[in-house]
Write a protein that binds this ligand. Structure first.
Ligand SMILES: [Zn+2]
Length: 435
């Protein structure tokens, strides 16, 4: 491939791609992409109504198995109600549509922030921790979780020799963490007959997905506020074990980190010289190659170019850049496209949903966007040796496949109204982030 062309189809049908942002090289060889992904499980377990709400630690009857909850959304007679900082004794009084809980096994621990950045938990957090463990139920939950964490990190023997006072002194770690998990209510879909009828992003209703996305955006803003040394909050959703999930129960993770990370750094460097690169190299390019999948007033979804895995990119077309600066309508528009893309993908396909936004302390404009990767192939020696990635589905095939599925779902009223495929405007300059 020569020059700046990032997407070429050769005479035999091979498609060669180069990512306009990262330079990743990807080839798709014809005849390798048609196989179905959804493999029926061989021995399916029938849903037992007695245990259906406690299939994993994220299920509604196992609320005490996560660290103390930060907030939850519950259904109320006049719409959803936010409940914050519930004591352990009240966790089971309501059913959470969505919960935000700390991750027990954080990527960056409270100690990391303490030792490397001089972080000191606020008086408010210390008061919350002591009030929580003052209740017998709260104390038991906290001690059980701290013991589990000590065991998993090889400190079980030390833990066993400590007095309860020493042990409880560590309780603050379960309240001051900045690696959160947003957990959706269902493990399996309503009325499921088998345990593999999992409730994923795409099986939610558009309203439920809208609430899930808005709740996650607010959680992200809350993490930036609560950890002053955070330079970036990474948001992602690993769906199914091949994609890195520990539980087959729908959840997103939000991780505050003290760097932007190399991917964002590279994009910021590019944006410094070419602020409109997302418009020219990504969206205009997608429109020119008919790779637009769906579009509404606030967002656009395209088949991504130059990804190791088949990837769909959803962009906010708003002038707002930071997710929490978007209006409710803009967040909902973004949610509707992301939901439709998930629904078109299907709950049996392992996926990584990766969020990208401008770090608040960076100057370069960057549009909020999410990349959904289908984890349907495994990298092998060829990729390692050549840095040429073989992806089984090229962007044109991916676009057609997802467009067909969304059109069908839209006809059944299972996704929101939106323009799909050829109905999209294919307008140039659709992003407003540089305005
Ligand atoms: Zn579960």
């Amino acid at each position: 491939m020569t020059g700046s062309e990032s997407l070429v189809r050769l005479a035999d049908g091979t498609v060669k791609q180069v990512s306009p942002l990262t330079g990743t090289v990807v080839w798709t060889i014809p005849g390798r992409g048609g196989r179905p992904f959804a493999m029926p499980t061989e021995d399916r377990r029938v849903v037992d109504p007695e245990t259906v709400n406690r299939l994993c630690s994220f299920c509604p009857e196992r609320y005490v198995e996560t660290p103390p909850e930060k907030e939850r959304l519950v259904a109320g007679p006049d719409g959803p109600v936010l409940l914050e900082r519930l004591p352990a004794s009240r966790l089971s009084d309501t059913v959470a549509e969505l919960r935000r809980v700390p991750n027990l096994f954080e990527i960056l621990s409270v100690d990391y922030w303490r030792v490397n950045h001089g972080y000191v938990p606020s008086g408010d957090l210390l008061a919350r921790a002591s009030a929580y463990v003052a209740e017998p139920a709260g104390r038991e939950q906290v001690l059980t979780l701290l013991a589990r964490r000590a065991g998993a990190t090889g400190l079980g023997a030390v833990w066993a020799t400590e007095s309860e006072t020493e042990q409880l002194a560590q309780a603050i770690d379960l309240f001051a963490g900045t690696h959160d998990v947003v957990v959706a209510r269902r493990h399996v879909v309503d009325g499921a007959r088998f345990e593999d009828e999992l409730a994923g992003s795409g099986t939610l209703t558009p309203d439920e997905h809208g609430a899930y996305l808005a709740f996650s955006v607010k959680a992200m803003a809350a993490l930036y506020r609560s950890q002053p040394h955070a330079r970036y909050v990474a948001v992602f959703q690993n769906w199914l074990r091949p994609a890195g999930a520990s539980f087959d129960h729908l959840h997103k993770q939000l991780v505050a980190i003290d760097e932007y990370g190399p991917q964002t750094e590279r994009e910021l460097e590019r944006l410094a010289v070419e602020p409109d690169v997302y418009t020219t190299a990504v969206l205009d390019h997608a429109a020119a190659h008919r790779l637009v999948i769906a579009e509404n007033e606030h967002a656009i979804a395209v088949a991504g170019v130059g990804h190791r895995y088949p990837a769909i990119e959803v962009y906010s077309t708003s002038a707002h850049q930071l997710p929490w600066e978007h209006s409710d309508a803009e967040i909902r528009g973004f949610s509707d496209l992301l939901h439709a893309v998930h629904a078109a993908t299907g709950a049996h396909v392992p996926t990584n949903e990766e969020w990208h936004h401008r770090p608040p302390s960076a100057e370069q404009p960057m549009p909020w966007h999410v990349v959904l990767k289908w984890r349907v192939s495994t990298l092998a020696g060829f990729e390692g040796g050549t840095k040429i990635n073989v992806n089984t589905i090229d962007p044109f095939t991916l676009r057609d496949r997802v467009v067909t599925a969304i059109a069908r779902l839209r006809g059944r009223g299972e996704v929101a109204m939106m323009a799909v495929g050829d109905e999209c405007s294919h307008r140039r300059g659709v992003l407003k982030y540089t305005d």
